[in-house]
Design a protein around this ligand. Sequence first.
Ligand code: FAD
Length: 131
Amino acid sequence: MLLEGAASAEQVLAGIEDTLKKLDYSLQHLSPEMFKLTQQLFDVLGMGITRGPLTGIWGSWENASSEQIRNFLHRWENSYLTLEADIAIIGSGVGGGTTAEILSAADYKVLLIEEGPLKTSSDFKLLEDEA
Ligand SMILES: Cc1cc2nc3c(=O)[nH]c(=O)nc-3n(C[C@H](O)[C@H](O)[C@H](O)COP(=O)(O)OP(=O)(O)OC[C@H]3O[C@@H](n4cnc5c(N)ncnc54)[C@H](O)[C@@H]3O)c2cc1C
């Protein structure tokens, strides 16, 4: 994170590009297990339903303010994992997932606890005759 006014627009862009290149390089050199775990972490941070309780950013990353992102980074820097929610649901299957969606739409902060691996729609064919 760069403090406002600390660098010119060109320096900021060059800094972002450099950071992304270093990140790509580091990701390419992770073990397969660590790479998978890192991907899962980014999936969790990307999905609205998991991002909210983990980061405190309930809307999209694009719409998060600098203050919200600063708070999130500060929180993650100083704690292993803090989860905040109104309701915790054990199991993200048909029942748990549907319940979580309905409660989230009603503005409850919902925490889904799942013992299985993280799956997204891209892991499924979504075609009944091929399921
Ligand atoms: C092969 C197969 C085909 C089916 N086809 C159909 C169909 O075509 N149409 C239909 O309507 N139904 C079908 N069903 C039934 C349907 O899948 C179930 O009725 C439905 O999944 C039940 O939903 P659920 O939320 O109760 O449980 P699940 O969907 O099984 O979800 C439970 C979740 O809780 C997690 N969990 C369990 N214990 C814990 C714990 N202690 N901590 C954390 N997480 C935990 C599990 O990992 C799982 O993800 C099928 C079932 C099977 C097995």
